[in-house]
Design a protein around this ligand. Structure first.
Ligand code: PHE
Length: 447
């Protein structure tokens, strides 16, 4: 068998993982959810779910990927040969295809907005004009398709260059830049007059706003934001060296993602409050409200350029992780060359992505349960496929794999020793806690 490529360094693995996790989910979804769910109270619940639920799933995906050194389908063939378990792989491939299809549409918008920022088009401090601008951007038929195409091609070129010379090389440059730039904006935002209200909102818990729904939202966000359940962690893990620490890398990824979400909140909320705008705007927050704020800030035009550049980088480092899931599967299971696999995957994504994009405009009449195609893709992946993918990963590791093998993998064959209570807790959360809670949430969501 041809030797598989792998990551070149621990830092390379970490930035690739963090690159997958940090994305559009952090930059507009997290601040907005915090905004509508009691601020700091939501953050506390979210953190608990990251620790108790998303982490065990992450460990499980890591165990499966690293131990098998194969794609999401092949992994189960290696670990449970001759069984039907490998069919779970389809869920991950489907999930990655579904998410990347609508994600690329938003990725296209970020390129469009970056160009608008570079040509100083946000100088009009008028919400109606900026709202109209966003409307035209997403509803026109061919322009968003072109930007989506550019986004997908950029993603494909990085994936084509391979793990070490593509994904690792580019995320190594992009992620540190991303962190520095978002801190710059956070400092600018937090020092605006009246920013204190935004800070209070982010850090003073208001438990009166917490409802049953808050828990559901916090859970969905934990999954989406950490990229668990989509097979991206499993796929990246299959390129990770046997000496690396699964627990360490997973924890670092979760910390980086959470930190980034909070810094993104710091970059956005104080500015929103400083300008007396409601924090619960949804997608419009990033594409309408922020340009409105930028237009009134000293040096705002430059801040706008930095911000949309951040959004673009965050989106592309996530989309390459999804494309890699699909490409690894197609090339290793269907026997295509990497180039052929990318061409095939990109063609499928282009068709589905175009449908998502057009559903904002000319195809908006096509709906399912009141959702257009774009929203269907979003909801189907976040509410059904991600939890399902996560659920199967923990069930497989907790119930099908031998405990000794799991421990061997978690400790990297004994290289990393953890106190026994910690090791027991990790195993308990994989075997009982995560499957139970995820199953309950899924049922709640479906009923
Ligand atoms: N975690 C990414 C974000 O926050 C989205 C994502 C989900 C990426 C699933 C890969 C897999 O934007």
């Amino acid at each position: 068998m041809k030797k598989r490529e792998g990551f070149g360094s621990s830092f390379g693995v970490l930035v690739a993982m963090a690159g997958s996790a940090v994305g559009l989910g952090n930059l507009w979804r997290f601040p907005y959810l915090v905004g509508t769910n009691g601020g700091a109270a939501f953050i506390i619940i979210y953190l608990a779910f990251v620790l108790l639920l998303a982490l065990p799933i992450m460990y499980s995906e890591f165990v499966i990927g690293r131990r098998s050194q194969a794609n999401v389908f092949g992994a189960y063939k290696v670990l449970a040969p001759g069984t039907k378990w490998c069919n779970i792989g389809f869920i991950y491939v489907l999930c990655s295809i579904t998410i990347i299809s609508f994600y690329s549409v938003v990725g296209g918008w970020t390129i469009d907005y970056l160009i608008k920022a570079l040509s100083f088009q946000f100088d009009v401090a008028d919400n109606a004009v900026l709202g109209g601008m966003f409307d035209t951007t997403v509803t026109s038929s061919y322009k968003p398709l072109i930007f989506m195409l550019i986004f997908i091609i950029a993603t494909a070129l990085i994936v084509l260059a391979g793990i070490k010379r593509g994904i690792e090389k580019y995320t190594k440059i992009m992620m540190p830049v991303l962190f520095v730039m978002v801190v710059v904006i956070a400092v600018r935002s937090a020092t605006l007059p009246g920013a204190g209200a935004g800070l209070d909102f982010l850090f003073k818990p208001d438990f009166s706003k917490v409802t049953a729904n808050t828990f559901l939202e916090a859970l969905g966000q934990a999954f989406f934001s950490l990229s668990v359940g989509a097979g991206t962690i499993m796929t990246y893990a299959s390129y990770v060296d046997r000496n690396e620490s699964i627990v360490g890398l997973s924890a670092q990824t979760a910390i980086a993602d959470t930190l980034f979400a909070i810094i993104a909140g710091l970059a956005i909320m104080p500015a929103v409050f400083s300008f007396g705008i409601s924090p619960s705007q949804g997608p419009g927050l990033v594409f309408i409200t922020l340009p409105y704020i930028f237009a009134q800030l000293p040096l705002g035009s430059f801040i706008a350029i930095i911000f949309f550049f951040i959004l673009f980088i965050a989106a592309i480092t996530s989309s390459i992780s999804m494309l890699e899931v699909i490409v690894a599967y197609v090339s290793e299971e269907l026997g295509l060359s990497r180039k052929g696999a990318i061409a095939l995957s990109v063609s499928v994504i282009l068709v589905l992505g175009s449908l998502c994009s057009l559903s904002q405009g000319v195809l908006s009449d096509i709906t399912l349960f009141g959702n257009n195609i774009f929203d269907c893709f979003d909801k189907f992946s976040a509410n059904i496929l991600l939890p399902l993918g996560g659920l199967f990963a923990v069930i497989f590791v907790g119930w099908r794999m031998k405990k000794a093998d799991v421990t061997d993998e978690i400790t990297s064959a004994g290289i990393y020793k953890y106190p026994s209570f910690m090791q027991n807790f990790i195993y308990f959360s994989i075997k009982y806690l995560a499957p139970l809670v995820v199953a309950v949430i899924m049922l709640q969501g479906l009923l």
